[in-house]
Each structure stands twice: as structure tokens, then as C-alpha cells.
Design a protein around this ligand. Sequence first.
Ligand code: CP
Length: 342
Amino acid sequence: MPVNSLSPQRAPTTPAILTLPAPYAAGSMLSSRELTPETVSEILALATQLESEDPLKRATRLAKRRIALLFYESSTRTRTSFELAAKGLGADTTLVSSLSSSIEKGETLKDTGLTLKALGAEAIILRHPNSGAPWLLERETRLPILNAGDGMHEHPSQALLDLRTMLAHLRPGETEVTAETLAGVTIAITGDILHSRVARSNMFLLPKLGARVILCGPKELLPEVAAQAGPGIAIERNFERALGEAQVVMMLRIQAERLAGLQLDLEEYKTKYQLTEARLAAQASSALVMHPGPIIRGLELTGEVADGPQSLILEQVHHGVAIRMALVYRALTLAANPEVGA
Ligand code: CP
């Protein structure tokens, strides 16, 4: 009898869109698919520059510029770090969330976006349950859009902060990346790959820098087709074997809000895929442990692992502010150039 304490709360979002138009607005960050090593290097260098700058000088960079955060799903890390990033650059921010705005009355994404633009927003940071929503918002508003997570599709700023965290440990001091930077590095992404926009953005980004990505999880959460997402990606169902090959272990939570009726035996899942101290000690005693958060202690990993010496979970959160400062700055400065792709 399946045990499932993770009851679905919402219908599934639309499947990931495989072919999407190029960005219309310069400065948008919609997907990690569009990133080249050169662009990633520019973002990493900008993040480092802004992070090390005197806070008073930094706060003049985007003084009184207007940025809207439009969140249709809950968030702690992404929302707070984007807001701190924008404020750290001196920008004025406003948060519109689906539960306290006219979205509750039925206003569409297009009309909400156009309203924010009419109020003076120069860029919009969007989290939305539907895959592809940032592309629609960009097309309708022609503003730079920063994708803060669209359904089961992508979360590119998370992939960039994950990369910065990895580089700090594996390639300290390097901010310029090439197609070889992560050669010889294997990253085991484990858990609910099917519903994870973080997994997808990392799967698109990391192999471009030479990394090998192993996806690990049960068939219900990791369909065979995932191995065809791009070069440098393989599936390994056995967690011990995946751990044994990994220099980085990226754990993912089971996304209860997107399971939509899928029944999982959580005890069996934990037996096979929970990251425990014993598993780490036996298979990956020097691997870096990462997780985008929120973590569910006692499910995908134990509290001891989350708090343990190999865990970079809070470092990832920390890197989020610098990466998002770079993305926000880029959005408003590149946007000063004429629109592209219109
Ligand atoms: N990693 C991440 O996107 O976390 P939040 O949902 O808290 O923003």
C-alpha cells in the first residue's frame, strides 16, 4: 500500500516547453539554455565586482530605478535575495504577490505586467507556476524579465548561484569559465528531477562548462527521457553508484505541490535515496553537498547531513545575492540598449 503524506495541492503545470523564442528584451534572463561560457563569465565577474564594492557606491548604481517582483508562487530564498540585490544597488522595489493583488480578482499575467510597466517598472522578476510564463510576459511588456522559476521548466538564477558555489570550492579564484572549466567533475542530481526547474537549469548549464551530470532517482520522478535533455547527462538509478562517482551531490526535495495524484512510497524512497551520514561516509566522503532549498529534513536528506561539514546549503543562499545583483544590474543596463529580437 503506497504511503503518501505528500498530498497534491494543485493541478500539474504545463510540461516544459522545449522550443522557445530568443529573448525580446536585452538584459532578460529566461533560461540557462541561452547562456554561453562567455556570458556566464561576464555574470560571475560582475557578481564578484558588485559584491566587493563599497555598499554606498554600489547603492548609487541603480539609484531610484524601479524593479517589480511578481510572485505567483511562494518563495523565501529567491524573492528575498532578488529584493536585497536590487535594494543593494539602490533600486526601488515593489512586491506583487498573487495572494494580495488584483491577480486574485482574475487579472491576467499580461495585464498585470502592463500595469507594472505603466507604474514605471523597468524590469520584472517573475515566479510563476506555468512553464513559459516569463516569455509571455516579456513579449507583452517588452521589459527585461528575470525568470525566478517557471513551473517545472527553469530557474536560471539558481543554476548560476549553484555554479558560483561550486567554483568557490572546486576552482577557487576563477571567475572566467570555459567549456573545460568543470572537466572531470561529476555532479549527481538526486531526487524529484521530473518536477524540478532547478535540475533542468543545471542540466543545461553545467555540461556547457565540461561537467558530467548524473541524474538519480526512481522512475516516477526521473523518466528515462531525461537523459536526452542534452550532452553530458546520464541516468543512474542506484544512489550508491551515483554517489561513488560524484564530486558534487545536489539533492532535491519531492515537490508535493506538483505531484498531482502521483503516489509515492516515502519509506521506500528514503531507503533508496535519502542522503545519510552513513551513505556519505561510505560513498562520497569528500563530495560537496548541495540543495537549492527548501530542504525537508528527514526526507531527501537527514538533518545531520544538512548541518554537516560537507553541506554548502547556506553558502548557496549567500551566493544568491551576488548573482542576483549581477542579473538585476545587467537587466537595467543592457535594457538601455535597443530591443533585440523584436
Ligand atoms: N531555491 C529556491 O528557489 O527557493 P525559494 O523557493 O525559497 O525561492
